[in-house]
Design a protein around this ligand. Structure first.
Ligand code: NDP
Length: 452
């Protein structure tokens, strides 16, 4: 049977673009990709990249304050959002162009349109045209999910932040995950008065408990009005923004309300179930270790599968799919010991087991330290850095590493290599420190603070 394409990819985000490029350029497959919005997907257009640029933008105020303590005769002034926003838009246009030209250079056909699956080998575009393909890859990502009542009240999500014409004077952020905490810090750093409601006991559920507490304390010190065990009870439009009544009985009008209450896979209306593709309870595409769905010719990678929802994981999954299906190199993406960073201020880098999870598995030693780093201590700031290693008492292997510090994202990437290689605490100990840097503490932690 002959097909129009060897591979048809639906979704031009991190996972889809990687799979399309590798299949076409490395393995000579005839590939098409459909994207209904902008090439680059969540990461490039409304996620990691613009968020990180906002993190940089928001950190200069404190840096300029510190510079004064170091003898510079400077003052920060106000943050000019329209100036930043214009540069941000230009940068995202540039990056989208890079993605697009990379695909074209690889010989991939681009369809700037919404595509849905018609059957195991057919894709239909919104303009009515149909394309047949030996394999179809679903890489449609996810979208912010907001409780119905909040959506009805017209709250914003992370998608809308990058498109603001002006920064609000005050904002309420609902949620305690990656996105809520990162934007609470970013907007606070840009001079917005930030209130954050989280319904649970402590922000960043699922991460190491001690690190969560450390970050929450710093967010509060930096000026984020963080309310734990608190949710929105009622809200409605009011003069000057949105009137909100919280579960603890407080009332207030916020200029903007942002919900960061999780993300859901983009599978609605894609024709997947009709084509026989099994979906999970949250609408995620169910795949096996090869990213293959219940229909053998249809695969799925990235957030739409709701495995580990991180850009580098989607890229690995897309690459492994192309190697397996087009390169005769059967490869499964490795989901073990994936390091990640939360770009709160201070930053949080983490890999491996939390102390809480490691305790469940058997005897451990916990090595930890908290200290005032030289650079900000000199400037008179109260910031403290936290570093922690979780060690298996039997094998001596380092099972987890958690760092809350400026640059923790950079540090954890390197620590993750050693931990992925199976480094023991003694391997860390025999590594001579680099001095004077914060990360030297990782190799000078002598005595466990706890055993369990
Ligand atoms: P998360 O799932 O991390 O957090 C959602 C938060 O919203 C939780 O605190 C949750 O509370 C709360 N919540 C959920 N439903 C409700 C509700 N109905 N009412 C009130 N609160 C609610 O999602 P995010 O949106 O923050 O991030 C989505 C994903 O994006 C992450 O899992 C991550 O994989 C990825 N991401 C990664 C980043 C990075 O690598 N730096 C940055 C941003 C996103 P509870 O804990 O009680 O369930």
């Amino acid at each position: 049977m002959s097909f129009d394409f060897d591979l048809y990819v639906i979704g031009g985000g991190s996972g889809g673009v990687r799979a399309a490029r590798i299949a076409a350029s490395e393995y000579g497959a005839k590939v098409a990709i459909a994207e209904e919005y902008r090439m680059g997907g969540t990461c490039v257009i409304r996620g990691c990249v613009p968020k990180k640029l906002m993190v940089f933008a928001s950190s200069y105020g404190a840096q300029i304050d510190d510079a004064r303590a170091y003898g510079w005769n400077v003052s920060a002034g106000d943050f000019d959002w329209p100036v930043f926003r214009a540069r941000l838009d230009a940068e995202l246009d540039r990056l989208e162009g890079v993605y697009r030209s990379g695909l074209l250079k690889a010989g991939v056909t681009i369809h700037d349109d919404r595509a849905v699956v018609e059957d195991a080998h057919t894709v239909r575009l919104a303009d009515g045209t149909r394309h047949s393909a030996r394999h179809i890859l679903i890489a449609t990502g996810g979208h912010p999910s907001v409780p119905e009542a909040a959506a009805a009240a017209g709250v914003m999500t992370s998608n809308d932040i990058f498109k603001l014409d002006a920064l609000p004077g005050s904002v309420l952020i609902v949620g305690g995950g990656f996105i809520a905490c990162e934007f609470a810090c970013v907007l606070n750093g840009m001079g917005v008065e930030v209130t954050q409601f989280y319904r649970g006991e402590q922000i960043l559920r699922g991460f190491d408990g001690e690190a969560r507490g450390h970050i929450a304390e710093h967010m509060r010190e930096a000026g984020v009005n963080l309310h734990l065990g608190t949710d929105v009870m009622e809200m409605r439009a009011a003069a000057g923004g949105t009137w909100v009544m919280s579960t603890d009985g407080r009332e207030r009008v916020f200029e903007k309300v942002i919900y960061a209450t999780g993300r859901s896979p983009n599978t609605a209306g894609l024709g997947l179930e009709a084509a026989g593709v099994r979906l999970g309870r949250r609408g995620e595409v169910i795949v096996d270790g090869w990213s293959q769905t219940s229909v053998p010719s249809i695969y799925a990678v990235g957030d739409v599968t709701d495995r580990i929802n991180l850009t580098p994981v989607a890229i690995r999954e897309g690459h492994a799919f192309a190697d397996t299906v087009f390169g005769a190199k059967p490869t499964q993406a490795d989901h073990e010991l994936v390091a990640s960073a939360v770009f709160t201020q201070p930053e949080f880098g983490t890999v491996g087991l939390t102390e809480e999870a490691a305790r469940e598995k058997g005897p451990i030693e916990v090595y930890a330290t908290a200290f005032r780093p030289m650079q900000s201590a000199f400037a008179g700031r109260p910031d403290r850095v936290m570093m922690k290693l979780i060690v298996c008492a039997d094998t001596r292997r380092v099972l987890g590493c958690h760092i809350v510090a400026p640059g923790a994202g950079e540090m954890i990437q390197l620590a993750a290599i050693a931990i992925k290689m199976g480094a023991t605490k003694e391997d860390f100990d025999r590594t001579v420190a680099v001095h004077p840097v914060m990360a030297e503490e990782l190799v000078t932690l002598r005595k466990p603070v706890r055993t369990a």
